[in-house]
Design a protein around this ligand. Structure first.
Ligand code: ITT
Length: 195
């Protein structure tokens, strides 16, 4: 089965590809010849995820999926949440976003946070969503060079390393994205059996 992954984020593609079984062929927007900035205008991950997959489905008529992810920090009432990419402004700078996060958490003992991913799958125009959550905490200073986004300041529950100190397989043992993708793969496997 061929599926277009409606994302312009290369890191997401790298993380997701090894998690899909061999009979699910992931096609990137680039491979599909699509060069477009997909807007995310809504207030929830669920609506943005559907907006992205719907935009690509309407453009191509092909089965596709997208995902929207947010970092939800307890002491900041769930912020940056749906605004995670643009937390420190339109430049979407990972460094500036982390800096703003650490400043907003200065002096705060409650460092609990979670990543939440919502995948929106469109098959023959019909949507199904899958959620993945990873609980953890925000540390005081950046650690590690791998990954992207907030990875250098996030330690998942059950480990002592930040996501940026892990390789792809290690991050996927815990990650929100891997958990949502497992559900997607299980759904696609049973979908194939029934169609
Ligand atoms: P697409 O919409 O093209 O898929 P995006 O980068 O805009 O890509 P999101 O809106 O889903 O993706 O992501 C919001 C931000 O959340 C992203 O820019 C990162 O800063 C952060 N983020 C998402 N997943 C992350 C992860 O696994 N680790 C660390 N930060 C992450």
């Amino acid at each position: 089965m061929k599926l277009i992954f409606a994302t312009n984020n290369q890191h997401k593609i790298e993380e997701l590809r090894p998690l899909l079984s061999g009979d699910i062929q992931l096609i990137t927007l680039k491979e599909a010849g699509i060069d477009t900035d997909i807007p995310e205008p809504f207030d929830t991950l669920e609506e943005n995820a559907l907006g992205k997959s719907r935009a690509i489905y309407d453009m191509t008529g092909a089965n596709c999926f997208s995902e929207d992810t947010g970092l939800e920090v307890e002491a900041l009432n769930g912020e940056p949440g749906v605004k995670s990419a643009r937390y420190a402004g339109e430049s979407r700078s990972f460094d500036a976003n982390i800096e703003k996060l650490l400043i907003n958490l200065a002096g705060q003992n409650n460092r609990k946070a979670r990543f939440r991913t919502v995948i929106s799958l469109l098959i023959d125009g019909k949507e199904t969503q899958f959620e993945g959550i990873c609980n953890g905490q925000i540390i005081m200073e950046k650690r590690g060079e791998r990954g992207f986004g907030y990875d250098p300041v996030f330690i998942p529950e059950g480990d002592l390393r930040t996501f940026a100190e892990m390789n792809l397989a290690e991050k996927s043992k815990y990650s929100h994205r891997a958990r949502a993708t497992e559900k997607l793969v299980a759904f696609l496997n049973s979908y194939k059996l029934n169609h």
